[in-house]
Design a binder for this molecule. Structure first.
Ligand code: ADP
Ligand code: MG
Ligand code: ZN
Length: 474
């Protein structure tokens, strides 16, 4: 039997206003090659100057993952030639990165946890983009020189489930800290997956294969499964040494295969050497103190939601997995509704109605309005069923909750006199069934509840109906 060994490298694009070593804007959706200057175009003689904001954000990340933050870190030159990198090298941090030796906790569904070690997080410059357009290829350098923080895990994950939990946790931390947009589709949170296998119990690390730039959690899961299968078959067929090489592979989602892209370069191939154009990056005490004050992170927030709002572990995890949802929830609660009802209506009813690219941020129904709706359910003004109608209406119309309840005539009848009258009428119209019920046919109770609810067009308070019927049929 084999076990899977996975290590992840995540490139997260820092959301600074300007680039890493020049003052060009980082919004690379601008007109092609418009956000460029002699430095990021690598014109001879132009010198890089470090953007301090990048250090600030590195300190925040380092604090969040309990890492060592190096007060002096160094830049190195990694040589490679590719058209989207006009300097023919990348400035990165090989020997002494800004952040080292962190940890990140992942949480399983059954309540268990595991600590994944993070080897390092280092600062580096992004490349531009090659755009292949028919028979020609173009280069857009708007992205060249954008700051990246590459976060490198130890090979501590042993399944795709663990890898995805790690990525989702890291993603949510980065978003909580607001140091990156971390948009996977747009490439501001990119992941390289390193995979190997080994006989269960073996502590040795075997040949790793690196799968580059997979841009969704689902594809990462598929790529790992395919690669593990390929390596396992090779091992079992006795051709592991010939077929499993340290190389970079590409995941093809259509063909559902990974295939060789290039042999994996060793560090020597890159001719790393200390970057001569930059001084060491210095972090002083004042800077460290200021930026290590970070906001409440997902784990802490989850614990607080459990103790403060009495949510169960699962719901607290779902709601705090994104900062947007946690905010939304707390805004809802401010309106006075119970956390329990708010949870159901946020994670269930509202989420299922957010389609076609709508998110909590662009939701047509605000947190305040959702809070009001929850309030009206909790104080029994409307039934849960009626509330669904109100929410459907709110998705299309920007009106107040009470106005809609009024307009759609959904107010729940809690007037006991009215409910008693309805119950009397239903019992009178079904004397035979009432007799059978009294004679012991308990199942008929549901029939009476159903009839009264129907007569009230769903507006009667079901709890009150139950009580009244119980008394009258006794
Ligand atoms: P490179 O930039 O050459 O890919 P890094 O040191 O930046 O090298 O990243 C190596 C990644 O591969 C790390 O995430 C590490 O945990 C992982 N890794 C190393 N050895 C193995 C292995 N045998 N199986 C799986 N992952 C591995
Ligand atoms: Mg790598
Ligand atoms: Zn520039």
């Amino acid at each position: 039997m084999f076990e899977t060994v996975i290590g992840l490298e995540v490139h997260t694009q820092l959301n600074t206003d300007s680039k890493l070593f020049c003052s060009c804007a980082t919004s690379f959706n601008a007109e092609q090659n418009s956000n460029t200057c002699p430095t990021c175009l690598a014109l001879p003689g132009a010198l890089p100057v470090l953007n301090k904001e990048v250090l600030h954000k590195s300190i925040m990340l380092g604090t969040a993952i309990d890492a060592r933050i190096n007060k002096t870190s160094y830049f190195d030159r990694k040589s490679y030639f590719y058209p989207d990198s006009p300097s023919a090298y990348q400035i990165t941090q090989l020997y002494t990165p800004v952040v080292e030796h962190g940890t990140l906790q992942i949480d399983f569904k059954d309540g268990k946890h595991k600590i994944i070690r993070i080897n390092r997080a280092h600062i580096e410059a992004d490349a531009g983009k090659n755009i292949h357009d028919g028979s020609v290829s173009k280069v857009d350098l708007n992205r060249a020189g954008t700051p990246l923080l590459e976060i490198v895990s130890e090979p501590d994950m042993s399944s795709s489930e663990e890898a995805i939990l790690y990525l989702k946790k890291l993603h949510s931390i980065v978003r909580y800290l607001d140091i990156s947009d971390a948009n996977m589709q747009e490439g501001s949170f990119r992941c390289d997956v390193n995979v190997s296998i080994r006989p269960k119990g073996d502590k040795k690390l075997y040949t790793r294969v690196e799968i580059k730039n997979i841009n969704s959690f689902r594809f990462i899961e598929q790529a790992i499964a395919l690669e593990v299968e390929r390596q396992t078959i090779a091992w079992e067929d006795g051709v592991y040494d010939e077929e499993i090489l340290q190389e970079t592979r590409l995941f093809d989602q259509d063909k559902q295969e990974t295939r060789s892209m290039r042999g994996k370069e060793g560090a020597a191939d890159y001719r790393y050497f200390p970057e001569p154009d930059l001084r060491p990056a210095k972090i002083d005490d004042a800077m460290l103190e200021k930026f290590s004050k970070i906001p409440e992170l997902p784990d802490k927030k989850r614990e607080r939601f459990i103790s403060e709002y009495k949510l169960n572990e699962y719901n607290a995890g779902v709601i705090t997995s994104s900062l947007e949802m946690a905010h939304f929830f707390e805004e809802m609660i401010k309106e006075g509704g119970t956390p329990k009802t708010a949870t159901t209506w946020l994670t269930g009813e509202l989420q299922s109605r957010l389609k076609g690219g709508l998110t909590l941020i662009t939701s047509p129904v605000s947190a305040k309005t959702m809070g009001e709706l929850v309030n009206r359910i909790d104080d029994q003004t409307i039934s849960g069923k009626a509330a669904k109608e109100v929410l459907d209406y709110l998705m299309e119309n920007d009106l107040g909750v009470d106005t809609i309840i009024e307009k759609l005539g959904l107010k729940q009848v809690t007037d006991m006199g009215a409910i008693e009258k309805m119950c009397d009428e239903i019992i009178a119209a079904n004397e035979d069934k009432a007799e059978q019920f009294r004679a012991g046919k308990d199942k008929l109770f549901g029939f009476f509840v159903g009839q009264v609810m129907k007569a009230s067009k769903g507006s009667a308070n079901p709890q009150a109906v139950n009580e009244v019927l119980k008394a009258k049929l006794a």
